[in-house]
Design a protein around this ligand. Sequence first.
Ligand SMILES: Cc1cc2nc3c(=O)[nH]c(=O)nc-3n(C[C@H](O)[C@H](O)[C@H](O)COP(=O)(O)OP(=O)(O)OC[C@H]3O[C@@H](n4cnc5c(N)ncnc54)[C@H](O)[C@@H]3O)c2cc1C
Length: 285
Amino acid sequence: MLQLARDAKTAARQEAMLASGVPAAVARRVDRAEASAIAGVPLPAGGLHFPGAGWVHPPALVHALAAHPGIEVRTGVDARALERAPNGEWRVLAGGSVVARAPAVVVAASVDAARFAQTRALPLHAVRGQLTLLPATGASRALAAVVCGAASVAPARRGVHTLGATFVHEFDDLEVHAAEHRANLADLAAMAPALARALDADRLDPATLAGRVAVRCTSPDRLSIVGPVPGEGGLHVNTAHGSRGLIGPPLCAEALAARLEEEPAPVSAGLVAALDPGRFDAHRY
Ligand SMILES: Cc1cc2nc3c(=O)[nH]c(=O)nc-3n(C[C@H](O)[C@H](O)[C@H](O)COP(=O)(O)OP(=O)(O)OC[C@H]3O[C@@H](n4cnc5c(N)ncnc54)[C@H](O)[C@@H]3O)c2cc1C
């Protein structure tokens, strides 16, 4: 995966990150020529190369993670309320009946994590995002790395490149919008003009392009919210993962499981505290 240094400010930020002691096996600086050679297409700038990073097909990742003997997947169940029984047990209610009971509950429901009476005060914000799906061309198939900068674009999977994504804070719907395809294509042209040409981006009609829209959930300080809900023993949340939802949540889940089981945490105590839902408490969230 390549992260381009599109301007002096980004280059300085990347330098500072490397100077903090990141091992070369994780990230290293590459100039324009090397970045272009790694990407397989000419790029206008160098940046950081993350040799071990790549891209995943999210549904495949989710299926792989859920294929565990301790996990039972139940789809189509709309959890409406949480109740704590006098014996301390938590009950999940859907359609007027109890659908699950357990000593501990983790609400991992993105912005809907705040829909329950006990979690209503969580300061969650929804940000709309749209991906553009671009048909691969003979020339675009040369792309051999994920390229990130003003936009992010991945090598073709089954003949389709994923280009993304928009950030829209005020929105009324989750339909695919031609204007957001246009914005993604403009970002691609600014980031990697040769790749945009290889994809015939100028000749594509944004009104007919396929895409995908969803929301990201963010918090006021842009950090995930992971841990116990204040004053609700046994109730936890794991949410507000913003744009990093495929990377952070498995580690957040592991940190939460360690906390529940009173095992050593896989992350520092400082990070556990930084993610704690109680950090917003002083301001009543
Ligand atoms: C356009 C776009 C591009 C993105 N690109 C990237 C990327 O390149 N890399 C990356 O790491 N991240 C990316 N993200 C972010 C990533 O998708 C999210 O951070 C991630 O999905 C968050 O995971 P989550 O499990 O917290 O929430 P979600 O994936 O939103 O899952 C929440 C689940 O809870 C369910 N749910 C909600 N309420 C209830 C209820 N009451 N009862 C039952 N179920 C309920 C929902 O149906 C949903 O299945 C992108 C996001 C968008 C929108």
